[in-house]
Design a protein around this ligand. Structure first.
Ligand code: ASP
Length: 426
């Protein structure tokens, strides 16, 4: 008993994944899908709900703690400007890579129309509500709507919906900047309250994380029984999934290590790969950057040597703002849908996709499937049918979500190392 408790978390999660796959296959062979749906899958859903529950309090409190813990406003503007610039460069590079590979491989051209119709039919209900939201959003699309959407008119309302994460971040930054500017004797009690809250929330996260092996096993078992009848669908979309997977691996194991090798003198790239592996695995299994935040924070500070000041600012902001995997994925998905539907995209369309995916990935919450409402919006904005498009790809989203989340959290850690390196050189 004692031994299993001290087993590293990523090993427990791996065992959970393996157990889930075995349970799923057994249930599939015994035609016991209903049993999995009734008695096993809900544990996975409960795990995901717990992750979603903690996402907003975690980002809100960690961000205030991160910023208000900085020495002064100058440090905040210096770190903030540099971090945002790096995030923007990384997201743009990832989208460009996704567009390049999507246009070269052209996975959508391989999809046969029968499979497309079949998937469309299967998911038509799930997709229509998301498409409605997308259409409403696209109708009100003006040049400054992106900024307008970041500013909440009511904090409780913003915090009441996980897809409003950017609004919560906006308010947290405002409040934390104010704490830096008011006299110390006034800010001190608030900062100690935030400190205590932060410790308590991290403890709650710890409770939830302990459930990860069980949650992951349940999710895996459900995934296998859900898709057992759709092997042909996996086949038709295989090229697309492989393109996304190859691109994610390229970013994670070639692009990021090269950046660390050439630009981060404070971290060895071999150490980076070694220490980030458990974090990537955690992100892979939970599909949530927000849930991975505590593990990423711990690794950045204790294993990669990033200072607390930098880590507790760069990583919480990155959870929502820096989504390289999501942005790159959205670009490939849009190209795939256009190709599968036989729609030729012009250069102007491609530019719109580039700008829209960079901006929209910034607003994607770091939760499982966080990309969907946003992707539906972008599809409509570039003139593609959101409903049919989503129907085509939603079936194989989960494994791709797992991969892009691993990229998202690795990108945050890369930026934390770069910013920390610059700070230390000073
Ligand atoms: N699951 C992703 C994350 O948490 C977001 C997404 O791309 O859906 O980073």
């Amino acid at each position: 008993m004692k031994k299993s408790l001290s087993m590293p978390l990523y090993l427990q999660i791996l065992i959970g994944m393996a157990a889930g796959i075995i349970i799923g296959i057994i249930a599939w062979r015994l035609d016991a899908e209903k049993f999995v749906r009734d008695w096993i899958s809900p544990w996975g859903q409960i795990f995901i709900r717990l992750l979603q529950l903690i996402a907003i309090p975690l980002v809100f409190v960690t961000l205030i703690k991160g910023i208000s813990g900085l020495k002064n406003m100058q440090t905040f503007s210096r770190l903030g400007g540099r971090t945002l610039l790096l995030y923007l460069c990384f997201i743009t590079a990832s989208v460009a890579l996704g567009l390049g590979l999507g246009l070269t491989v052209r996975p959508g051209a391989l999809v046969n129309s029968d499979s497309a119709a079949q998937i469309r039919e299967r998911y038509s209900q799930a997709v229509s509500s998301k498409a409605e939201i997308a259409e409403q959003a696209a109708q009100s699309q003006g040049p400054l709507d992106f900024l307008y959407d970041i500013v909440p008119n009511n904090f409780i309302h913003a915090a009441g919906n996980n897809s409003n994460m950017l609004q919560v971040i906006f308010f947290a930054i405002l409040l934390a900047a104010a704490l830096l500017l008011i006299p110390k004797e006034k800010s001190r009690p608030v900062i100690s309250l935030i400190d205590g809250l932060d410790a308590a929330i991290l403890k709650v996260v710890d409770f939830i994380i302990r459930m990860a092996p069980v949650g992951v096993a349940a999710l895996m078992a459900g995934l296998i029984t859900d898709f057992k009848g759709d092997i042909s669908v996996f086949g038709a979309l295989g090229a697309y999934a492989l393109t996304v997977a190859a691109t994610m691996f390229l970013i994670m194991y070639v692009f990021y290590p090269l950046v660390i090798f050439f630009f981060a003198k404070n971290v060895k790239f071999t150490d980076f790969i070694k220490h980030m592996y458990p974090v990537q695995l955690f992100a892979f299994t939970t599909s949530s950057s927000a849930a991975t935040l505590p593990v990423n924070l711990e690794t950045a500070e204790n294993k990669l040597g990033v200072s607390n000041e930098v880590a507790s600012f760069v990583l919480p902001v990155g959870v929502t703002i820096n989504m390289d995997g999501t942005a790159c994925y959205q670009a490939i998905a849009i190209l795939f849908i256009a190709q599968a539907l036989g729609i030729e995209l012009t250069m102007a369309n491609l530019l719109t996709i580039l700008v829209m995916t960079v901006l929209s990935s910034i607003g994607t919450p770091g939760i499982p499937g966080g990309t969907y409402v946003i992707l539906a919006m972008v599809l409509t904005a570039v003139g593609l049918p959101a409903e049919g498009g989503l129907a085509l790809i939603i079936g194989i989203d989960r494994p791709l979500d797992m991969l892009r989340t691993s990229v998202n959290v690795t990108g945050d850690a890369v930026v934390a190392c770069l910013v920390d390196g610059q700070e230390k050189r000073k």
